[in-house]
Design a binder for this molecule. Structure first.
Ligand code: MG
Length: 384
């Protein structure tokens, strides 16, 4: 099944390279090296204890950012192989795409963005790039992981035009309205397939949404009827799994067929022609796009806004805000290496530099570490 790389795929031999030049690897491709560096990074390990929707300590059965990233990589790699794209690059982007996420999922990200409003804001995609470009401290010759241009391009999914202008060549596509590689487009859509389906699965497992509610959406009801028709005595738990896996399969099949047709009609001859397309070429059919929108809307109102999820979100907001305020107010409360970074950053960027170091510290925390820091700083009976 694994054919030659398509001419429009990313090819490491014609990569735009790394920011710091390095000798080529002996037995791996450049994108395999990127993937390996991501897997060995501290930020990657911390994904295990960061919330997807449910806070990590709410139960062992729910997805975390780490298992989410592995699911994204699985979906993206399967599709990549069929489309003859670069599977190593797709995997690197998928595994790195959430490295910059704050603790407590979107509630944490929104809180930190509000805290940083006067200092340039906080965007998790930009933060993922910051992790791989600067924040990881592992290598003798450079800060960050020194990934290839193509991996960095894939990690930076979105970016406001203001911030894009500060990022040189990498930010240029947001200003010129160009597309990233097909591998980056694919990792992005695989993320959407993964979280829509596993949030639905986790939401049902937690008892926050029901099968009856989901059956109000025709594509879901259609698959459910097929499963129940074929396996009459199936337990609800197995029926849910069976429907979810079929839904993932429908979306993956739709994505492959639609993207293949898009690529055929645009017939790009190389990656540069992919970048100059007016629209992304990796995408769903109109029908599937409609279902995805409906599903997203449903999850937003029924799951992400569920009162039990909101109760956690409001706590997350208070924890992030309190930590930000106390550290910006007195950076001497930070661990010594972060306090030193504050002094360095303040020299060139003043108060903004101080706030950015505090945001880096908070964004790097796991859920439980953030809760621990909050306890140590605000609970008088807690030992520090
Ligand atoms: Mg994601």
């Amino acid at each position: 099944m694994n054919g030659a790389l398509a001419p429009y795929a990313a090819n490491w031999q014609s990569s735009k390279g790394r920011r710091h030049s390095e000798a080529p690897p002996n037995y791996r491709t450049e994108y395999q090296r990127d993937r390996d560096r991501i897997v060995h990074s501290a930020a990657f390990r911390r994904l295990e204890y960061k919330t997807q929707v449910f806070v990590n300590h709410e139960g062992d059965m729910f997805r975390t950012r780490l298992t989410h990233s592995v699911e994204v990589a699985q979906i993206a790699r399967s599709i990549s192989r069929i489309l003859n794209l670069n599977e190593d690059l797709v995997e690197a982007i998928a595994l790195a795409h959430d490295l910059g996420h704050t603790p407590f999922g979107h509630a944490g990200q929104d809180a930190l963005n509000r805290c940083m409003a006067d200092y340039g804001g906080f965007e998790h995609n930009l933060q993922s790039l910051r992790v791989v470009d600067e924040l990881e401290e592992r290598y003798a010759e450079f800060s960050g992981l020194n990934l290839t241009y193509e991996s960095r391009e894939g990690i930076l999914k979105h970016c406001s035009p203001g911030r894009a202008s500060e990022l040189g060549e990498l930010g240029q596509r947001f200003i010129n309205k160009q597309q990233p590689s097909l591998e980056a487009q694919l990792a992005n859509v695989a993320d959407e397939i993964a979280y829509n389906n596993h949030d639905m699965d986790d939401g049902m497992r937690a008892g926050l949404i029901t099968l009856e509610q989901l059956c109000e959406m025709p594509p879901f009801a259609e698959q459910y009827e097929l499963v129940i028709g074929q396996y009459k005595a199936l337990s609800e738990r197995r029926a849910i799994h069976e429907v979810v896996r079929r839904m993932i399969n429908c979306q993956v099949t739709d994505l492959i067929d639609t993207s293949r047709a898009n690529i055929e009609s645009a017939s790009p001859e190389n990656i540069d022609q992919v970048r100059h397309q007016p629209q992304p070429l990796i995408g769903f059919s109109d029908d599937m796009q409609r279902y995805n929108l409906e599903l997203k809307r449903f999850l937003r109102t029924e799951l992400y806004q569920h009162y039990r999820v909101r109760r956690m979100s409001t706590k997350a907001d208070r924890i992030i805000r309190s930590l930000f305020e106390i550290f910006v107010d007195d950076p001497r409360l930070l661990p010594p290496d972060y306090n030193r970074k504050v002094s360095q950053m303040e020299k060139c960027e003043g108060e903004t530099g101080r706030a950015r170091v505090v945001a880096d510290y908070i964004a790097g925390m796991t859920d439980r570490y953030a809760i621990g820091e909050f306890e140590r700083l605000f609970n008088p009976s807690q030992l520090t």
